[in-house]
Ligand binder design. Structure first.
Ligand SMILES: [Cu+2]
Length: 253
């Protein structure tokens, strides 16, 4: 029987009804399925939501992105153009930056920073991001590697960086006890030793997790163990392997 890894991530201050918040409530474990369908890179959620306490929930990488962005986007499209109309897609699909750790000596730097982003055309608002005004990169990590992470906190408030689903010791995991103070730096070394998985990273400061996430602090991790290549699965980032950016301009106003 496959042992299910434990992830200490179930913030109590996540607001109900927030799409990101629902993901937070539903994820406390992540692993790779080996079924006969397209579950080869799947995040399994054990389902602790109030409405689904016992039913397991399966979330693929594609569904993960859709759950964050497409719900809101489709609602906006319907509201503006009507259910029967087609919206003009004339804006380039934003693709997050890919950092392949192995291609840069397994040393990755993240700057936790504030920025501005216009969710609605012409209306800029303050946001947070990892080395970007909003959101963060996709970090590809390879099984067997040791990755030297350097995190600089350029915010005016404390934060942490939790590698959600990575099987790493508690003192590397970025929980609420591992605060990075404003102007501070955190340098954990992450030994990657788990099957292929689609994961994410996010802040985990006590009583401020939800706010910092919906301000934009979210990034993706792909653990690569060679399975995709052996099975011939799509893996050309930005071409046939597309993380969808929920902050992207899917609809123009
Ligand atoms: Cu988490």
């Amino acid at each position: 029987m496959r042992r299910r890894p434990t992830v200490n991530c179930r913030p109590s201050d996540t607001p109900a009804g927030n799409p990101v918040g629902r993901n937070l409530r539903n994820h406390d474990s992540a692993r790779v399925g080996k079924g006969t369908d397209r579950a080869t890179r799947t995040v399994h959620h054990s389902g602790y939501s109030a409405t689904n306490a016992s039913q397991p929930m399966t979330l693929t990488r594609r569904n993960f992105a859709i759950s964050c962005g497409a719900f809101a986007s489709s609602a906006l499209i319907c509201a503006r153009y009507g259910l029967g109309d087609s919206a003009p897609f004339d804006t380039r699909l934003p693709i997050p930056t890919l950092i392949d750790a192995a291609k840069q000596g397994n040393a990755v730097h993240l700057k936790v920073m504030s920025g501005r982003h216009a969710f609605v055309h012409g209306k800029s608002t303050r946001t947070y991001g990892y080395s970007a005004p909003i959101l963060g990169p996709v970090i590809r990590m390879h099984r067997g590697d040791e990755i030297e992470m350097t995190v600089d906190n350029a915010l005016d408030t404390v934060t942490t960086v939790h590698w959600h689903g990575l099987l790493v010791p508690g003192d590397k995991d970025g929980g609420p006890q591992q605060l990075i103070r404003p102007g501070g730096r955190w340098r954990p070394v992450l030994k990657i030793d788990q099957p292929a998985a689609t994961l994410w990273f996010h802040p985990h400061p006590h009583h401020n997790t939800a706010r910092q996430i919906y301000m934009g602090l979210t990034g993706m991790i792909i653990v690569d163990d060679g399975t995709d290549a052996r099975l011939g699965l799509p893996q050309t980032f930005g071409n046939d392997d597309l993380p969808l950016d929920p902050a992207g301009p899917l609809v123009r106003f």
